[in-house]
Design a protein around this ligand. Structure first.
Ligand code: AMP
Length: 282
């Protein structure tokens, strides 16, 4: 495995790989890797000749009040995990390498698809995500790129980006990896105390509750959301949103039908955690 920190070196490697006809599987991450990331890597390993993992905490996607400075970082540990999982190249550029001007003057932006779920509460977040993903795609030129369904809005918007802008990359969606308790794995789980980690399991329980209500015939989205929010607040979580949106348009639904996303964001202590389930409702 080789660690690469400059765009020039990454480009040279990619040039040689393309020349020899190798397929490139790419897993973009912000590091502090866990079993969720490892699942994306393993999937990429089985489907491509070469696997590239990027590790970059992207300042452009954090709001001024968010946790950019305190986001957990440990390149040595991440490199060891990548090595164990058969990664060929780790691309870990500094912020200066990615943003030599400190920022960019040209962005990739999104409309409509960022109106609900996280986009509603994190203005500019998806613009930051799309811009860095486009930069990384331009540098790594992957045949396939792997994204987790844990960040379902991100996945959906990236699918639309490559479709709308005709980028020749296949986006592969990987199901959410959970702890035994149901808690979705996240680098931000390191912010949680033992006690908070237990409380956080209510997030997945609330999604299961929504699923059960729908299975029992409830189709009124606000009735479902109200019940789930009440449950979360009762166990001590501060809910930012609990929404049911259409899978394709990401627009809020009054009546639950078709392929839907039930998504939640809630604060447990100072940690903001998100989770979702995708349901097909007849
Ligand atoms: P991050 O480092 O949090 O930006 O995540 C990098 C990639 O890993 C994204 O595509 C995430 O959706 C994915 N990911 C993070 N956590 C999980 C998880 N628990 N299960 C599946 N994929 C995940």
């Amino acid at each position: 495995m080789r660690l690469i920190t400059t765009i020039e070196e990454m480009r040279e490697v990619v040039h040689d790989l393309k020349k020899s006809g190798k397929t490139i599987g790419f897993v973009p991450t912000m590091g502090y890797l866990h079993a969720g990331h490892a699942t994306l890597i393993d999937r990429a390993r089985t489907e491509n000749d070469v696997v590239v993992v990027s590790i970059f905490v992207n300042p452009l996607q954090f709001g001024p009040q968010e946790d950019y400075a305190s986001y957990p970082r440990d390149l040595e540990r991440d490199s060891a995990i990548c090595q164990e999982h058969g990664v060929d190249f780790v691309f870990a550029p500094s912020s200066n390498v990615m943003y030599p001007k400190g920022t960019v003057d040209v962005f990739v932006d999104v409309r409509r698809l960022d109106q609900n779920l996280c986009g509603r509460f994190r203005p500019g977040h998806f613009r930051g995500v799309l811009t860095v993903v486009m930069k990384l795609f331009n540098i790594v030129q992957p045949d396939r790129a792997y994204f987790g369904m844990k960040d379902i809005q991100q996945l959906r918007i990236i699918e639309e980006m490559v479709n709308d802008l005709n980028w020749p990359v296949q986006i592969v969606a990987v199901p959410t990896v959970r702890e035994d308790s149901g808690l979705a794995m996240s680098s931000r789980n390191t912010y949680l105390s033992e006690e908070e980690r237990k409380t956080a399991t209510a997030i997945y329980q609330s999604l299961q509750m929504a699923r059960q209500l729908i299975e029992a015939g409830e189709r009124d989205a606000s009735a479902i959301c109200d019940k789930c929010i009440e449950f979360l607040e009762r166990v001590g979580l501060r809910v930012q949103y609990f929404q049911v949106v259409d899978y394709d348009s990401l627009q809020l639904l009054r009546t639950v039908s078709g392929k839907v996303i039930v998504g939640v964001a809630a604060f447990v202590g100072k940690a903001r955690l998100i989770d979702n389930v995708v349901l097909e409702v007849s």
